[in-house]
Design a protein around this ligand. Structure first.
Ligand SMILES: *Cc1c(COP(=O)(O)O)cnc(C)c1O
Length: 374
């Protein structure tokens, strides 16, 4: 009996069989013709990597066990001991922890560049500087990086541009098309989209870099499991539809919050008053995504009251699921920054981050209204 499944089955196997030495030689002689060992390649993780690669317009990609593994692989693709990297100051907390606590021990040093200085890197570049790591949409204040300008500035100084595109997703922005050398995702977030997978992906603009990424994935064992890959592939199929709904709901909520007396500020690139609104509109095809932050009074009792009354936005420190949630940057993602860094980034007691889901928007608006009234 021949079986013709419409969907790729889950190849839940750590290893693959060979009939004889000829097949073994085929594996080594014709790369991509067979599988041998799942840490080195599995049909499900390859399917995920290839699907995101196609969407991002890359020359090759690897799927990884988490977004952190994706960032690690991307940095190692260009760096070795003795090298120096630049990193946007507005960056995911895990990325700065990785650089500060781990890569420093491997002899890779880092300098953080404030948002306002990103297009003028001259004063930060050293002879050993290899790359700049930045995010398309920053966490938690949703600052928007002009990737075309950033790529030009990096290449002028001989640096590679590595873009963490997690918050935007490739539906909103495709960094490689704007000149980035690598784009990466925490697949845990929008690409999977259902808060049930931990995974990452790294996509390279250049085939040689993609081959180096594959090698790093194998040697460090950064591989993603078949089951997680399969779930992420399923999630990816609705990414375009989800991002449209996330964006639609988030814009309505941002406009609503802006009118509320208890809300001191709203940070959402879709609002006309956002400092990079025009750029966000041009770079994002008119979609602004599902992430936003807003500021209540800098008073923990006010924040706690709001969180306790919220029904449709559970406090869950992740993002990008189809169900809405909220997070608290000062206590989670930015907890381990110094008080001075927190202040520089404007991360205060009253700052709340929303991950707006795809529920009927009236239900979300009604919930926020009652939670703000108190
Ligand atoms: C969550 C996240 C990461 C880390 O991804 P994990 O899947 O949690 O390892 C990296 N960058 C950004 C922007 C994120 O939101």
């Amino acid at each position: 009996m021949e079986i013709h499944p419409k969907i790729t089955p889950i190849y839940q196997t750590s290893v693959f069989k060979f009939d004889d030495l000829n097949e073994l030689e085929q594996y080594f002689g014709e790369p991509g013709s067979r599988y041998m060992y799942s840490r080195n390649g599995n049909p499900n993780s390859d399917e995920l990597a290839e699907a995101v690669n196609k969407l991002e317009g890359g020359a090759g990609a690897i799927a990884t066990g988490s977004g952190m593994a994706a960032i690690f692989a991307a940095l190692l693709a260009f760096c070795q001991a003795g090298d120096h990297v630049l990193c946007a100051a507005d960056i995911y907390g895990g990325s700065s922890s990785l650089l500060n606590a781990e890569l420093s021990r491997m002899g890779i040093t880092v300098t953080y560049v404030p948002f306002e200085q990103l297009y003028d890197l001259g004063q930060y570049v050293q002879p050993t500087t290899r790359l700049l790591l930045a995010e398309t949409l920053s966490n938690p204040l949703l600052r928007v990086a002009d990737l075309r300008q950033l790529a030009t500035e990096c290449h002028k100084h001989g640096l590679k541009l590595v873009v963490d595109n997690t918050f935007a997703s490739p539906i909103i922005t495709k960094p490689l098309g704007l000149g980035a050398d690598i784009t990466l995702h925490s697949v845990t977030k929008y690409i999977s989209g259902h808060s049930d997978v931990t995974a990452g992906v790294v996509v390279a603009a250049d085939a040689e870099v993609a081959a180096r990424l594959k090698q790093i994935g194998m040697h460090y064992g950064l591989t993603l499991s078949p089951m997680e890959s399969w779930l992420a592939v399923r999630g990816l199929k609705t990414l375009r539809l989800r991002v449209r709904e996330h964006s639609h709901n988030a814009l309505a909520i941002a406009r609503f919050l802006q009118e509320q007396p208890a809300v001191r500020a709203v940070y959402y690139p879709g609002l006309e008053g956002h400092p990079q609104h025009a750029l966000a509109k041009e770079q994002g095809q008119g979609l602004f995504g599902g992430m936003m932050s807003f500021r209540l009074a800098d008073d923990a009792a006010v924040v706690n009251g709001f969180m306790q009354r919220c029904q449709r936005f559970p406090f869950a420190p992740s993002l990008a699921g189809v169900d809405s949630s909220l997070s608290y940057p000062l206590g989670t993602s930015h907890r381990y920054l110094t008080a001075e860094q927190q202040q520089d980034l404007d991360i205060t007691v009253g700052l709340i981050r929303l991950s707006v889901g795809i529920e009927p928007v009236e239900e979300l608006l009604n919930d926020l209204q009652q939670a703000l009234k108190g």
